[in-house]
Design a protein around this ligand. Structure first.
Ligand SMILES: Cc1cc2nc3c(=O)[nH]c(=O)nc-3n(C[C@H](O)[C@H](O)[C@H](O)COP(=O)(O)O)c2cc1C
Length: 202
């Protein structure tokens, strides 16, 4: 995206570690008055609960409590991952971009091979076919050759692979600093200005 005039982003949360990155990214978009279309896989729900004690259905109150009332500038719509009839499953739907954060190796494989087994995979497929921004935030270590190949396949198809690899040169002190860094990288990849981490100084 070149500016903030297009204001609808799909976020998919799948079952890889790093639910905090997803939550910070959703909050940052809502603070900027975006409409966020949210899809959470079954294992994404489990990770939200295990890592943050948050249920996907109660995400908005959690965001308001954690990040303040500024998140109410935006709007959040939660879709069932089974609902292949949702608007974001169609290319005619005016969604400006999509982020899968965190992106499990299973969902990565589904996107790489165009499987569209659920709404998250279908919405990602739509982004690729419509040539709209798709950002994948995979987390796994170590990685198998099929997993590495799936990342290459997605990159070749036009997705940006933005691994969950927070840096330490910013001197993070809290987990929230690491989440801010990853959310900032994601916003920058969407072409959005942010101050989630300080600009690099020589
Ligand atoms: C606690 C927990 C942590 C997991 N962490 C990861 C992970 O970091 N990366 C990954 O690719 N899969 C991870 N998995 C496995 C995926 O959740 C699993 O493959 C699941 O089928 C993914 O489905 P989904 O892509 O529909 O969410 C984890 C599972 C659990 C229960």
């Amino acid at each position: 995206m070149s500016d903030e005039s297009r204001r609808s982003i799909t976020i998919a949360i799948t079952g890889a570690s790093g639910a905090l990155y997803a939550v910070r990214t959703v909050a940052a978009l809502l603070e900027r008055a975006f409409h966020v279309e949210l899809v959470v896989s079954d294992f994404g729900r489990r990770l939200l609960m295990e890592e943050l004690s948050v249920s996907a259905d109660r995400l908005l109150p959690h965001l308001i409590e954690t990040y303040g009332a500024t998140v109410e500038r935006g709007s959040l719509q939660l879709h069932s991952n089974k609902d292949l009839g949702a608007g974001i499953a169609s290319g005619s739907h005016g969604c400006d971009g999509m982020v899968i954060v965190p992106c499990s190796m299973k969902t990565l494989a589904g996107v790489a091979h165009g499987l569209s087994r659920n709404l998250a995979e279908r919405a990602a497929d739509v982004m690729l076919k419509e040539r709209r921004p798709l950002i994948l935030v995979p987390r796994e270590t170590p990685m198998s050759l099929p997993q590495l190949r799936n990342m290459v396949t997605c990159a070749e198809a036009g997705a940006m692979v933005l691994p969950a690899m927070p840096a330490f040169y910013q001197g993070p002190k809290e987990l929230s600093d690491l989440a801010d860094f990853m959310a900032g990288k994601i916003l920058a990849a969407l072409g959005l200005k942010h101050d989630l981490y300080p600009a690099w100084k020589e």
